[in-house]
Ligand binder design. Structure first.
Ligand SMILES: Nc1nc2c(ncn2[C@@H]2O[C@H](COP(=O)(O)OP(=O)(O)OP(=O)(O)O)[C@@H](O)[C@H]2O)c(=O)[nH]1
Ligand SMILES: [Mg+2]
Length: 709
């Protein structure tokens, strides 16, 4: 494989709402450049990018694929990213490796929710952005409307550099020509027909003006002369794109190769080279921010942005070289772990096929095999000096399911498999939850976790059932109570004796103590399971020895952890130990621990126990027309609407919803909005569950205990 130097490399990432045609466009970009000999298709499962079995079956992208196209002596590295929000982690990682985001819009739908989120991620990475309006061949396409929707939702800098005039022709505003595409997608230029001349002049004028605005000198010249030369327009557009003030918009029909040649030309002529920022920022071993020049001469540093392990590919780590030149068979440093790594051969990828390359120049993207201790997000750098490129920010998990092995004894295999898969996909996290006694999988959606479970079976041979994750309820009290408990046992030799008197009430910060008790000592404990416990000593006249008091507290903590009425940890109580009795011979710590535990139990039952559930703050973004459905559904599921905000053509609904009601929200929202809604959620607080539900939980616990579970 030929080597390309930095200025002959372009790195572009395709993003956008699901089914816009990204993968098909990538296929066309490869085919146009002769990279593949036949134009494959997503529908037939023959595309270079969606090669994974799950992708072929589902007919959509799941994982970011790395490909490239050699076009007119340039190497265009292409990352094709999934549009479904379930796989947003792939977009976060993929966009870290490129210098240009290409947002693919569906001409029938305009800018959609998924286009906006991709756009935001690109903006967070300060990435130059351009657009491609695809599917122009569909009925009822109104190109001007698409441009307007892109302007409204994505930014005023959206600037068409062409507009379509027939099924296979566009007016190219850069060259002021009519570009036609034949059945093979080959482009030929002709004069603009008189009919379109007026619109062409008008749009060209806008384009020149916007290009001039990218640079003060150009703008001055534009005002003086009233126009700019071809090179100046080019310079202005390039600059506007690189600095993020202009978002050029092209169009076409990917499966027919219509517009693809023009797109490739545009990327190499106007797209930023990998060194367009001049420097890359990183951290030294001591955490100091440093910068390195993005040239071959700098010490090398590369970010591992993706890791995969598949039977036919082996273990592959994809890396973007940010600075320096990378040679095969070299020892490098994993800057994050300070461990040593060996880079063997370097590979240039096209989906699942790979070719050897002798060196990688600054800015290039490639893959290496069999790294030992390197994970996604790590930097590999020259051993002489640590340089850590900022880690990739993955999204927080949105939902949780639990898995149970189908055959006993598979727990270890589950853990090994899931840990290995987490290295490939950091957006799902596996945890064994000792409180809920479940293996939990946290991820983006049911679809996402369903695919994880499927791969666990296929790759690691472990079959599991997906079940609902238990809800981490909490027990607490709504009233107050006083009780005493005498623990007394006389079995042959030494006996057991301990008596304690408690006053119990709900814990509230700074609440006054009962008037009739003399407070000696108090301690507020932050409980490991959340909430507080205040333990107060109000013992008078040495009724029980000071040495027994910690034992009483220990007994309380034990029962608080295991729960009293429904088997869930207890939170937010104040216990005042105000009296007791001891026996000169039979009292010991154990006896007082038991007395403490039992007295807590009696008091708790008397003090109106209640059950609390976790409430999440949920933020749903949907197009206007779905807002009513989303709000109705929330209210029907015990949600409290906090407010609604408009954001372009979308509405953001904010609500407080019990976690229990969010169990299958990703699937529900998708069907309610035809995939056009997204949501986020974060823990807010605990709240009491309705009485019927509390009774149900208590009953279930009693039944389980009766059966000895
Ligand atoms: N008519 C028409 N169909 C297209 C065009 N581009 C893509 N398609 C079809 O649209 C569907 C989705 O195309 P993909 O290329 O998989 O879209 P994508 O953006 O990669 O989708 P995700 O990976 O799910 O985000 C497929 O059935 C394609 O054949 C187009 O320009 N015109
Ligand atoms: Mg795709």
């Amino acid at each position: 494989m030929k080597e390309y130097t930095t200025d002959h490399i372009r790195n572009v990432g395709l993003v956008g709402h699901a089914a816009g045609g990204k993968t098909t466009l990538v296929e066309a970009m490869l085919f146009a450049a002769g990279e593949i000999s036949r134009m494959g298709s997503v529908d037939e499962g023959t595309s270079a990018s969606d090669y994974h079995r799950d992708e072929i079956e589902r007919k959509n992208s799941i994982s970011a694929s790395v490909l490239h196209s050699n076009w007119k002596d340039f190497k265009i590295n292409i990352i094709d990213m999934p549009g479904y929000s379930d796989f947003v982690g792939e977009v976060r990682a993929g966009l870290r490796a490129v210098d240009l985001a290409l947002v693919v819009l569906n001409a029938q739908a305009g800018a959609e929710v998924g286009s906006e989120t991709a756009w935001q991620t690109a903006a967070e990475n300060k990435l130059p952005c351009m657009l491609f309006v695809n599917r122009l061949d569909k009925e009822n396409v109104d190109f001007d409307k698409v441009v307007n929707s892109a302007r409204e939702r994505l930014g005023d800098g959206v600037l068409p550099v062409m507009f379509p005039v027939s099924a296979n022709e566009v007016v190219d505003l850069l060259h002021m020509k009519l570009a036609g595409f034949d059945a093979a997608g080959k482009m030929s230029l002709a004069a603009i027909p008189a009919k379109w001349q007026g619109k062409a002049n008008e749009w060209r004028e806008k384009l020149v003006e916007r290009a001039a605005e990218s640079d003060d000198k150009l703008l001055e010249k534009f005002f003086e002369a009233g126009e700019l030369g071809a090179d100046e327009v080019k310079q202005g557009l390039r600059q506007g794109l690189s600095q993020g003030s202009l978002f050029p918009l092209l169009c076409g029909v990917a499966p027919k190769m219509f517009g693809v040649q023009a797109l490739l030309d545009f990327i190499i002529e106007y797209g930023p080279a990998p060194n367009f920022r001049g420097e890359v920022e990183g951290r030294s071993a001591g955490g100091k921010i440093t910068k390195r020049s993005t040239t071959d001469e700098a010490l090398p540093a590369a970010l591992v942005f993706k890791t995969i392990s598949e039977a036919h590919l082996g273990e592959l780590s994809f890396l973007r070289v940010f600075c320096g030149k990378l040679n095969p068979n070299t020892e490098v440093l994993n800057a994050n772990t300070q461990g040593s790594e060996k880079i063997g051969q370097l590979f240039v990828m096209n989906g699942k096929t790979r070719k050897d390359v002798a060196h990688l120049h600054a800015g290039d993207i490639a893959a290496v095999v069999k790294l030992k201790h390197t994970h996604t997000g790590n930097t590999l750098c020259d051993k002489r000096e640590t340089f850590i490129i900022p880690e990739i920010k993955f999204p927080d998990p949105l939902m949780t399911i639990a898995v149970e092995p189908k055959s006993k004894g598979d727990e270890d295999k589950i853990s090994t498999g899931l840990h290995a898969m987490h290295a490939e996909d950091p957006t799902f996290i596996m945890k064994v939850d000792p409180e809920l006694k479940q293996i939990l999988l946290h991820g983006q959606s049911e679809l996402h976790l369903g695919l994880v479970v499927r791969r666990l079976k296929e790759k690691y041979g472990v079959d599991v059932n997906m079940v609902e994750a238990r809800i981490p309820y909490r027990e607490t009290i709504r009233g107050s109570a006083r009780e005493f408990y005498r623990h007394k046992k006389q079995t042959g030799g030494a006996g057991q004796f301990g008596e304690v008197h408690f006053h119990m009430e709900g814990y509230r910060d700074g609440a006054p103590y009962p008037d009739d008790l003399t407070i000696r000592d108090t301690e507020v404990i932050d409980l490991p399971w959340g909430g507080k416990m205040e333990f107060v000593s109000a013992i008078v006249g040495g009724a029980i020895d000071a040495r027994f008091i910690p034992a009483v507290k220990k007994g309380i903590m034990e029962i608080m952890e295991s729960g009293v009425v429904a088997g869930y940890p207890v939170t937010d109580v104040r216990v005042i130990l105000h009296d007791g009795k001891m026996h000169a011979v039979d009292s010991n710590e154990n006896a007082f621990k038991t007395a403490g535990r039992m007295c807590f139990r009696e008091c708790f039952i008397k003090a109106k126990p209640g059950i609390r559930e976790p409430i999440f703050e949920v933020e749903v973004t949907v197009p206007d027309e779905y807002m009513g459905d989303v709000m109705g559904d929330m209210s029907g599921h015990r949600g409290k609407i906090l407010g609604v905000e408009a954001s372009g053509h979308n509405q953001i609904v904010k609500a407080l919803v019990p976690l229990k009601e969010m169990a299958k929200y990703s699937t529900k929202l998708r069907s309610m909005t035809q995939g056009r809604g997204i949501y986020r959620q974060k823990f807010s607080h605990y709240e009491e569950v309705p009485k019927e539900q509390a009774d149900k939980l208590i009953k279930a616990y009693e039944e389980a205990r009766a059966q000895g579970l």
